[in-house]
Design a binder for this molecule. Structure first.
Ligand code: HEC
Length: 139
């Protein structure tokens, strides 16, 4: 007579344990799913450093050979204050995941006269890391 009752209690405890585990894990899972773990962020930064940092700073107002990347994600193209090196070929664009991906893969596909002459980033995974890094600079 007691057996079914005991196993019933056992089940409830197990379920409770799983539920508690899921609750404790969920912030970590969310961080992983949204791609914001510390390790990912470090990788994204490295990808930017490898391909872009020789010409682009991420500090506000720090324009080098290229304009600063601070706040570039979501911004109108060709509008960084104080930067004098624009080709004039980028206006009318907004920098989002799609336009950035095209530009980094092949700058001339966005503007044939662009001044951004560099070896394009062929690997889509590497481009995604760079774009995630640029998006993270806004917040
Ligand atoms: C050899 C130097 C150089 C490298 C390397 C370089 N850029 Fe540029 N970048 C420029 C120049 C110069 C411009 C201005 C282009 C123009 O006006 O046509 C520019 C413009 C841009 C713009 C448009 C800015 C605006 O205000 O609209 C973005 C976005 C950008 N670069 C992102 C990147 C990313 C991301 C990388 C790395 C994958 C990269 N660049 C690598 C020189 C460089």
């Amino acid at each position: 007579m007691n057996m079914p009752l005991q196993s019933g209690i056992g089940n409830t405890e197990r379920k409770g344990g799983v539920l508690l585990g899921a609750i404790l894990l969920s912030p970590l899972l969310l961080a992983i799913l949204s791609g914001h773990t510390a390790a990912d962020m470090a990788e994204n930064r490295t990808a930017f450093n490898n391909h872009c940092r020789m010409c682009h700073s991420i500090k506000p107002g720090d324009n080098r050979l290229g304009p600063t990347m601070h706040g570039i994600f979501g911004a109108q193209a060709g509008r960084v204050a104080g930067y004098g090196g624009y080709s004039g070929g980028l206006s009318g664009l907004v920098w989002d995941e799609v336009t950035l991906d095209r530009f980094i893969a092949d700058p001339a596909s966005i503007s044939p006269n662009t001044n951004m002459i560099y070896p394009p980033v062929k690997d889509p995974v590497e481009r995604k890391k760079i774009i995630n890094f640029l998006a993270s600079l806004k917040s």
